[in-house]
Design a protein around this ligand. Structure first.
Ligand SMILES: Nc1ncnc2c1ncn2[C@@H]1O[C@H](COP(=O)(O)OP(=O)(O)OP(=O)(O)O)[C@@H](O)[C@H]1O
Length: 260
């Protein structure tokens, strides 16, 4: 689907960029020559066959791994040598960084606990939950935004797998990221939850950038404005889904699945 058919800014700005990104593991080069521009108000997919380097790129962008070469810029600041916790505080948040759902807390309390973190407060389990009451309004907004209002007082342990993943997204959004990195957000979900989570991602991308690794190509076609295809650590193709899916090199890379 063409980017123009999706909601989002008509002239979005770049909020995260990488230039000449490379990562060697000993003699093996997992990522090389990767240039990436991630835009505000856009959903950007990183796709590619198994072992293409998608996770390594995520680890480099979030600074879990140091690049062998190249530079990374977040919101105009060079973060190539910035530690991951600082990068997260600057607004680049990967879903699993705070997405641990506490099974014996309710949906509301999970979100309230997550909401403490932007203020750099350690999670203070020994304090009564009533100390978090002031966070209720914002927590309820986030719960409503991801469609969990009916489950507000349910224990996280009692949610279905798909609803738990939705709760994870709500706890990630509690950090108010400027750039949200989602690692296979649809993995293991049933079709109904895929639709719900697709809608949530579309909505959250209206005022932030989303970069996602996703194997489900119909999701990529439906919600992603821009697609970068990696193969053997290098960018094979880029463009909107219609463009990359017509690219013969992409079709060859995906040969065997025929979905691209
Ligand atoms: N720490 C490491 N040490 C050595 N090789 C690594 C390391 N991490 C990743 N690799 C290699 O780098 C390549 C890219 O791996 P990566 O996990 O980034 O690919 P991917 O596209 O995320 O794959 P998948 O879709 O299967 O998750 C693979 O060949 C992998 O074996």
């Amino acid at each position: 689907m063409a980017a123009s058919a999706m909601p989002g800014e008509s002239n979005p700005r770049v909020v995260l960029s990488a230039r000449g990104l490379r990562r060697d593991f000993g003699a093996f080069t997992a990522v090389k020559n990767v240039d990436l521009d991630v835009h505000h108000a856009r959903v950007h997919a990183l796709i590619g066959p198994n072992g293409a380097g998608k996770t390594t790129v995520f680890n480099l962008l979030t600074k879990f791994l140091q690049p062998t070469h190249g530079t990374i810029t977040l919101l105009g600041t060079d973060i190539t040598r910035t530690p991951p916790d600082k990068v997260a505080r600057m607004g680049l948040v990967r879903s699993f960084q705070i997405s641990a759902v506490f099974p014996h807390l309710t949906v509301l309390d999970n979100v309230r606990v997550a909401l403490q973190r932007p203020n750099n407060l350690a999670v203070q389990f020994w304090r009564p939950m009533s100390a978090l009451d002031r966070l209720n309004d914002r927590a309820d907004e986030l719960i409503a935004a991801v469609g969990l209002t009916r489950e507000r007082n349910a224990l996280a342990a009692d949610l279905s797998y798909g609803r738990k993943r939705v709760l994870e997204i709500a706890t990630t959004l509690a950090l108010d990221p400027k750039v949200l990195l989602l690692d296979e957000p649809m993995a293991g979900m049933g079709q109904e939850d895929v639709g719900v989570v697709s809608d949530i991602i579309r909505t959250v991308a209206l005022d932030r950038a989303v970069l996602m690794v996703e194997h489900n190509l119909s999701v990529v076609a439906n919600i992603c404005h821009h697609v970068t295809v990696l193969q053997r650590g290098e960018i094979l193709a880029e463009g909107d889904y219609a463009e990359v899916s017509q690219d013969p090199r992409v079709r060859t890379a995906y040969m065997g699945t025929e979905e691209a």
